[in-house]
Design a protein around this ligand. Structure first.
Ligand SMILES: Cc1cc2nc3c(=O)[nH]c(=O)nc-3n(C[C@H](O)[C@H](O)[C@H](O)COP(=O)(O)O)c2cc1C
Length: 441
């Protein structure tokens, strides 16, 4: 088999996405502010030869009960990337940077500096930002979608042009001749858009991969397809079933083709939440332990999904025969799975622990079950790989690397060594020096 899985690992707040993850036995409650913990997590992922770390970001706390819950993200993704870059040698780092709440020159120089610092292992997850809480932190409102994406197209073009403003051999640093750089190979940018502009050039030479790789995290909305189809080498997605993922993957590949690109240039990488244990029961119990009261909050929606009422005070009781006979899957595409689990006799709490209301699948069970999930999606061409979000970020990251990676390698689905030193090499994306002519078209 030549095609191999691309695997990324979530690097967020150091605990995991669930409300009570920070309080679990064995979890250091200081992880949120501990760069040592983030670095350890990154080194684990690198030990497993994972292709990249994914640093999501959306600096707002709306909907987070700070009395009891941790914010969902890194303190600052660029700072974390810098710490990780200096403590790892091979793994790629994909940091989120808002195209709405940044100036192109800031983003261009920060990402390029990180690309230099990491010797060519940096990727930029270009997103437009959602959430009025995030906008308010910048003294703004979330712009209309057309304006958000209009600015995003200009942002990526200008940032890429700034990155490419030094030619491959422009930096001579020749002490003998006294020539620092070949100015004839350094070109200003002079791009003026409707929303943003930059004169350039950037003053930073190319990295070992030329310049960072463009990612986009999002669903297959028309605007997202246009942005990712035009610029992205990889899409971080969320799909709840093989069919859903196949549809999204095809949509992104089609969008790339519509911009004259080879569809294989865009990798579709949906998420997978893991809770690995010796058996399904243990995996589910781990999900239940970290759920806080979120299952109680979600149970009414599970009733809607199943079209029946059950006792909200007795979530551990499976649905009785009469209720099951009346149950019907709602329009929500995840409802079919919820109904199947109910028919199999799982209690509402267990059904929720199976992740039926999560935007991406949950595998709560053995390492083999996790590997089976990845294999079936990969072989059905529903994914080019996965980003793994362990229920307990750091501890679950170790479980994935120690238990799932060897199975995938044994099955010939995952590489046993990095293809090269840079993120572009990991992804099979060509090095990029100078301005990509396609982006100026
Ligand atoms: C898997 C996934 C990860 C995402 N990560 C981020 C993120 O880290 N930061 C962010 O601001 N938005 C993130 N988004 C949101 C998207 O960029 C986008 O704003 C959202 O899907 C709404 O789509 P639209 O802008 O096309 O309406 C993510 C979306 C998905 C599906």
């Amino acid at each position: 088999m030549t095609r191999k899985l691309i695997i990324g690992m979530h690097l967020g707040n150091g605990y995991g996405a669930s409300p009570a993850a920070w309080r679990m036995p064995g979890v250091d409650p200081m992880n949120f502010t501990s760069y040592d913990a983030k670095v350890r997590h990154a080194q684990t992922a690198e030990r497993g030869k994972l292709h990249f770390l994914f640093f999501p970001d959306g600096p707002g706390t709306l909907g987070v009960d700070l009395d009891h819950e941790a914010p969902g993200f890194n303190l600052d993704v660029m700072m974390t990337a810098a710490a990780v870059a200096r403590a790892t040698t091979r793994i790629g780092m994909v940091a989120t940077g808002s195209t709405t709440f940044n100036e192109p020159f800031n983003l261009a120089r920060q990402f390029k500096a990180l690309d230099i610092m990491s010797h060519g292992r940096m990727g930029w997850n270009a997103v437009t930002s959602a959430g009025e809480d995030v906008a308010a932190n910048y003294g703004q409102r979330i712009p209309a979608s057309a304006d958000r994406y209009g600015r995003a197209h200009e942002m990526v073009q200008i940032v890429q042009a700034l990155w490419g403003s030094w030619g491959k051999d422009a930096w001579l640093h020749d002490q003998q001749s006294g020539r620092f750089a070949r100015s004839e190979e350094i070109t200003p940018v002079n791009l003026q858009g409707e929303y943003i502009a930059s004169r350039g050039p950037l003053y930073i030479p190319p990295s070992e991969q030329g310049q960072p790789v463009i990612f986009h995290a999002g669903g297959a909305s028309p605007n997202a397809l246009n942005l990712a189809g035009r610029f992205a080498s990889a899409v971080i997605g969320a799909a709840f079933s093989i069919e859903h993922a196949q549809m999204q993957r095809q949509a992104f590949r089609g969008a790339a083709a519509s911009f004259g690109r080879d569809p294989d240039e865009i990798k579709y990488i949906p998420g997978l939440i893991t809770a690995i244990g010796p058996d399904t029961r243990t995996g589910l119990d781990r999900r239940i332990a970290i759920a806080g009261n979120s299952f109680e909050q979600r149970a009414p929606y599970l009733q809607q999904m199943l079209g029946v009422r059950f006792d909200l005070d007795r979530l551990d009781n499976p649905l009785n025969r009469q209720t099951l006979a009346r149950a019907r899957a709602s329009q929500d595409p995840r409802a079919e799975k919820a109904l199947r689990l109910a028919q199999e006799g799982w209690s509402p709490r267990d059904i929720l622990a199976h992740g039926v209301i999560e935007p991406q699948p949950v595998v709560a069970g053995t390492a083999t079950e996790v590997a089976d999930h990845m294999q079936s999606w990969f072989e059905a061409e529903a994914a080019d790989g996965f980003w793994i979000a362990p229920s307990l970020e750091i501890e679950g990251g170790e479980d994935f690397v120690d238990q799932v990676v060897p199975i995938l390698q044994e099955r010939g689905l995952f590489h046993t060594e990095y293809a090269g030193p840079t993120l572009r090499a990991h992804l099979g994306a060509p090095d990029q020096y100078g301005v990509d002519q396609r982006i100026l078209a």
